[in-house]
Design a protein around this ligand. Sequence first.
Ligand SMILES: [Zn+2]
Length: 551
Amino acid sequence: MTQFNDSNTNARVDELHHKEEERLIASLASTYGYQYVNLRDRPLNADALSLISESDSRRGELAVFARNGYTVSVALKNTNNEASAFLLKSLVDKGLTPEIYLTSQRSLDHAWERFKEIGKTTAKIKGVLDVDAEMIQTLMKDIHSHLDISERVNRVQNERSTMSTSKIIEIVFGGALALNASDIHIEPELATTRVRYRLDGVLFDVCTVEKEISLHIISRLKLLSGLKLNIKKESQDGRFTFDVGPRNVEVRSSVIPGAQGESIVMRLLDPDASSFRIENLGLNTTLHEVLMNELKRPNGAIITTGPTGSGKTSALYSFLLHIHTPELKILTLEDPVEYKLPGIVQTQVSDKYSFAEGLRSMLRQDPDVILIGEIRDREVAETAIHAALTGHLVFSTLHTNSAAGAFARLIDIGVDSRMIGSAINLILGQRLVRTLCTKCKKERDITTEEQKLFQRILGTPVAIHSIFDAQGCEACSMNGYKGRIGVFEAIRVDSAVENAVLNDTREQAILEVAKPQGIPTMQQDALYKVLSGTTSLDEVSRVLDFYHIDD
Ligand SMILES: [Zn+2]
């Protein structure tokens, strides 16, 4: 007679029972169109798991077990759990895209076990960081120029306290946020280490730090970014985030080995959505009106053009946020996601997930509006054009030098010219120029030579007799400039342009038929901004060529 009470047999029965349970869940998953996962078979990502706290994960009977860019994998036991629906939405609100997997209770228990270890590592990281968000906020209020930063850093260095490292990190970050720097560079030189900020696209020296302290700073920033401390001869990339009041600043760091030691460059990604407002782009009244009309349309494509760093993506983000309402389903596919937009589902391409594939799977989710980071090849171009023709509003960028050049470029990529006219509503071209510091800009008379330039470009003599030059004061860290604004051109695809696209896509031909639209050219737009005192003639001449005449 077989005895079932020995522990060996019990374990085997248990195991069979578990296997059966897993099989059952796998088959349920496929019936209901979900994926299935056994969390006991795979590594769990601690960062992903920490996205939802242990108590919330237990309440919602779920576990976030993996993360790839802005896509997170969530294992659920029950798809009808109200708490889990709420928690999934909280992920979406953070700009993440959850992918749902069905899983067993046993898997969840296994994942939740991990919270014990994670608790330990977060505490450890806090010890490493010691950066006080409140302190940074106070610093942001007190720091008005790079002079304030170097003064504070020197004071801390003279104190020689054990807290120097974290105090200097606080000052450097607080200062970067106060001055709106986009990057922080910490670069060791022979005797000292130089700290520089990138402000409005240009690098500026901020302060120097004693070499010994800077080594501690770099180690600490490496730890924070999740990088290996003992690797010093290879470059490494990492990231971390910190909260400053309501702002959640994401930092992407990259450490590069060099002759004088490792240097670190940190890019600050501030998801503060208020920086993406159409009102702040610098559109002239004519173009603003044209754009508002185009954004009301339910379908068609709006494409921005310009070189890298010309603000194309920021402009598209501001369009998205402008039309964003809860009823609209907006999806983005980017390379990479640069800013998290509240309430918009953003995904990013990877080695395994190309633009073309991503676009196809995006369209299966039936969105109203899609943003495609860049049109690079024929497949993406055709899918985007097709989407625009079938009831979607499509935003994308194209790497061309001018709006008028976009048509030839699309045909070059392989798009049928007959589709272009009906699919595309508007093509914008843009560059960024620095805006003059309002505290120190200096007025002067326009020279005769400049008068001629204004008249030639604007087509009429100008009634304004003075413009402004950059000077430099404490408020602008002696730059003379503070902030940036776009200079624009645009072509609305009306029937005349549509015709031209079929017959002659040379830029000159396109520009000729678009003239009646009355949208200022980029050169005109820039000169208007000089005449209004927003920027200087020097600055716009640095960015645009006013003397080369196209034939
Ligand atoms: Zn100034």
